[in-house]
Design a protein around this ligand. Structure first.
Ligand code: HAM
Length: 448
């Protein structure tokens, strides 16, 4: 098979060379979403819309292109997505802009820009859209990917964290994926300060042998909490004995975290405490969480989603002090997990009836009948681009329709149309002006 493809490729290239043209392929790490793939997208997006409605989140969309500075300020100047992965450039008017590497900062900007702090709180919003990270592509990691992003502003109590975790948990559970929630608290800036001193001391005492990775050598100075996030083997090994943030939480942060866990216990949410979960973005405080698949699979190593609290960010981005929390889920990773688990999808939409035509005048009439049936809510198949009856009936069979309508010159001049039962092969001639009623009658009988 590959040999055939190779041969075809060479033939195509030779042909293009002769003609002096070239064809284009996608950029690395970017995907086309082809027809059948949309069956998965529809499923996932429907779940997002249903749960958003159930939990009271309203849709809000923001542009994919925003000021670069906004991401540097929010996602964090030392985060990987800003330092290494952002698609940023000067636009034609010389402004520094970036394709969004994540959706949260845009939603915070919108909250502040539209004065939402003047509306009754909490403000609960969600969006589904593309984000861009110039990362190393692999299965489940793309340079353009899509997130379901859900945010809640103006609610400081643990109930907000819990509602978001519950949303994320139910999203995957109801898509039949076995997941668990990894959870931790990274405290607030006050209690984190003394913890970071302990952490830096721990790493400094040990970092000579074995050596930390290049990135962690910078992290120890710029952003020590992210030392805990490193996936390099030496750094993971060194982390094992590191002090844990949960032991340094102040009273307020501890009480908040305990309440979150108590609610989750009460609601039967399957979670694991992960004392080293810190997340890769700079804005978080208190609760942080990630959603991971329980079973071994290709995408197992990657989180399906993650989020947490970010009570300082709204003020940091020019708004009034506003508690906030949220999460983002990767749509492609979710679909990958659904495919790996072979979860059956609902049957494709059925086509009720097919309309076939023979000759130019019948084609015109057939197009009118098609519109008439479609408006009546009947799903109609057609192949108006082809004239041969054989081709048209093959398409009708492929669609698996119950009835086909056949309109030729003879039927047209008699004011009739033929209805063929595709199961029994029985054909009947009926009044052309009553086509819709005749189709409806037969469909009702067939559907019982
Ligand atoms: P994040 O953990 O960077 O968080 O991304 C959330 C999810 O997006 C990941 O768990 C993953 O499923 C998906 N994702 C991330 N990068 C890629 C990629 N290169 N290819 C495919 N999928 C990817 C955030 O973005 C935060 N804004 C979440 C949040 C919302 N926190 C508070 N509110």
């Amino acid at each position: 098979m590959t040999k055939i493809f190779e041969k075809k490729k060479v033939e195509k290239e030779d042909f293009q060379k002769k003609k002096g043209v070239k064809s284009y392929s996608r950029l690395r790490g970017m995907r086309d979403i082809l027809f059948d793939e949309y069956r998965y997208w529809d499923l996932v997006i429907k779940k997002a819309n249903d749960l958003s409605r159930a939990y009271g989140f309203k849709r809000l969309d923001t542009p994919v292109l925003e000021k670069l500075e906004m991401y540097e300020r929010s996602s964090g100047k030392s985060s990987d997505i800003v330092t290494k992965e952002m698609y940023s450039f000067l636009d034609k008017s010389g402004e520094k802009v970036a394709l969004r590497p994540e959706i949260t900062p845009g939603l915070v900007r919108a909250y502040v820009e539209h004065g939402m702090f003047n509306m009754p709180q909490p403000i609960k919003m969600f969006t589904i859209g593309a984000a861009f990270r110039h990362d190393k592509p692999q299965a489940g990691r793309y340079r353009q990917f899509h997130q379901l992003d859900v945010e809640m502003f103006g609610e400081a109590g643990p109930v907000a964290d819990v509602q978001l975790i519950l949303y994320a948990y139910n999203f995957f559970k109801e898509l039949q994926l076995d997941i668990s929630i990894q959870i931790n608290s990274i405290g607030c800036k006050d209690c984190r300060k003394s913890y970071l001193d302990k952490l830096v001391k721990y790493y400094k005492d040990r970092s000579r042998s074995p050596k930390l990775c290049v990135d962690c050598k910078k992290r120890i100075i710029k952003n020590p909490l992210r030392l805990l996030d490193c996936k390099e083997e030496v750094c993971v090994a060194m982390r094992a004995e590191a002090p844990q943030m949960v032991d340094s939480l102040d009273d307020g942060c501890r009480e908040h975290f305990v309440k979150v866990l108590e609610y989750l216990d009460e609601l039967g949410v399957n979670y694991n405490l992960d004392p080293f979960l810190v997340r890769g973005l700079d804005y978080y405080n208190r609760t942080v969480f990630e959603v991971v698949l329980e079973e071994a699979s290709e995408s197992r190593q990657m989180a399906l989603g993650g989020g947490g609290r970010y009570d300082e960010l709204v003020e940091f981005m020019g708004g009034r002090p506003t508690a906030a929390c949220g999460f983002g889920l990767g749509i492609e990773r979710t679909i990958l997990a659904i495919k790996e688990k072979n979860i059956p999808l609902k049957q494709e939409e059925v086509t009720d009836v097919f309309i076939a035509q023979l000759g130019e005048t019948s084609k015109r009439k057939a197009m009118t009948i098609f519109e008439d049936l479609r408006r009546a809510g009947i799903s109609v198949g057609q192949l108006f681009a082809k004239d041969s009856l054989k081709h048209q009936l093959e398409e009708a069979n492929r669609l698996g329709v119950r009835f086909s309508l056949i309109l030729g010159q003879k039927e047209l001049s008699d004011g009739t149309i033929m209805i063929r039962d595709m199961e029994s092969g029985v054909q009947e001639v009926v009044d052309l002006n009553k086509t819709r009623q005749e189709v409806e009658k037969r469909l009702n009988i067939a559907k019982g």
